[in-house]
Design a protein around this ligand. Structure first.
Ligand code: ZN
Length: 407
């Protein structure tokens, strides 16, 4: 039998208690036991430690019943720590400052085509944006416990490395360390779809479902996977590359160099490639112009061009087939579809829903809710803040180690 790792167990229990208070506060100790399934002694020990650290405190009274002493209710002390969440997208940097409850305090957006700049320049611009946002929130950089950054592409979160990213380039780059050295503040990075899944878990459609799949439609197709209430990142931190699920071995060429990947049917570049076969379109030079052109194609499809409507329907069908396969493997409570491509939901959603219905195994049909959810980059940056908070929630208040042990 494996020895019980008490440190790990303590971190997990601490996280469960803090997460329950964050989600359902104000809570009494008895409520916390009920929400977490933990015993009274464990909960009392954790609450005592959290109170000493100043992380939780008493909620204002007002819940007294009858003549007895009012039951003490607890809440998170929002000002116990502040963090930064940022999103590096191909067209802009979004930065949000939040408190310990992930309430946004200030935000800054910098329009910049990250594809045109080396990663060092992107890191410097991010630093400038972070300083401006911290200033706007009336805080100092020394009060920031950590920075979380969401980045599209193949991101090794455990080692802080971007292996390939449309925003940071095709070479492996230690972006977390680069930014951390510049800022002198702990930095964690994560794939943007994982971060969007975390945002859904903390503030969106994933709050009431422990097992859910998030799919992002952008230049490529991304995915974040929550299993038993936790982000699943795989053995090497690179799980859930749904965009490269093979739909046909003789299918179109994907950006990854292989054939028949899902995103080669449903990503922006696939829409543009197919549309070029039937209408004239201006040349596209980078991710941003491909995205703009895909939305132009959508506009012309809506104007009634049947050939273009079919392109979106076909893309929706392939996406639906991929999602049906996922549902059959994972049995999630929800599939949340998000990203800029959701702006074309009117054109793809019917085909997605029909195909999911047709190809899910019979026993699961109709049981998994499909939600299309459009979010701003700013809200997604808040997901990156949640990434840092998740690390803080798990570890006692030595902030630098809290982030290093992380997430
Ligand atoms: Zn591929």
């Amino acid at each position: 039998m494996q020895p019980v790792d008490t440190e790990l167990l303590r971190a997990i229990n601490r996280y469960r208690v803090l997460d329950a208070i964050r989600r359902f506060a104000p809570l009494s100790r008895a409520d916390i036991c009920k929400q977490t399934g933990l015993g009274r002694t464990t909960v009392t020990d954790i609450i005592t430690a959290l109170s000493e650290e100043g992380v939780v405190g008493n909620a204002p009274e007002g819940s007294a019943r009858g003549r007895g002493r009012p039951v003490e209710k607890l809440q998170i002390n929002p000002d116990a720590a502040f963090v930064i969440g940022a999103l590096v997208a191909v067209h802009q940097l979004s930065i949000v400052v939040t408190n310990l409850r992930a309430d946004p305090l200030a935000s800054v957006n910098i329009p910049i085509r990250t594809t045109r700049h080396p990663a060092e320049t992107v890191a410097y611009m991010l630093e400038d944006g972070i300083k401006a946002a911290v200033d706007q929130a009336n805080l100092n950089l020394s009060q920031i416990a950590g920075v979380g950054v969401g980045i599209p592409g193949f991101i090794d979160a455990a080692h802080g490395i971007s292996h390939w990213s449309p925003a940071l380039g095709a070479e492996p780059i230690g972006f977390a360390e680069m930014l951390q050295k510049q800022m002198g503040t702990p930095v964690v990075i994560e794939n943007d779809a994982n971060m969007a899944a975390l945002a859904e878990r903390w503030f969106g459609h994933g709050q009431d479902t422990d097992n859910f799949i998030l799919v992002t439609i952008e230049g490529g197709i991304g995915m974040g996977l929550f299993i038993h209430g936790d982000l699943f990142s795989g053995q090497h931190g690179m799980a859930a590359e749904f965009g490269h699920m093979k739909m046909d071995l003789n299918g179109p060429l994907c950006r990854c160099g292989q054939h028949g990947c899902l995103e080669a049917y449903a990503g922006y570049y696939a829409i543009v490639r197919e549309a070029r076969k039937v209408i004239d379109l201006p040349p596209t030079t980078d991710e941003v112009s491909i995205e703009r052109t895909a939305h132009e194609v959508a506009k012309r499809a809506r104007a009634g061009d049947a050939r273009l409507l079919k392109i979106f329907r076909d893309a929706g069908e392939t996406l639906g087939l991929g999602i049906a396969n996922l549902i059959n493997v994972i049995d999630p409570g929800k599939v949340i579809i998000t990203g800029g491509g959701v702006r074309t939901a009117d054109l793809i959603a019917p085909a997605v829903r029909q195909t999911v219905e047709a190809y899910s195994v019979k026993a699961l049909r109709g049981k998994c809710e499909i939600v299309f959810h459009d979010w701003s980059d700013e809200v997604l940056a808040r997901g990156a803040a949640a990434l840092v908070l998740q690390g803080l929630y798990r570890n006692p208040w030595s902030r630098s180690t809290a982030i290093a042990v992380a997430v």
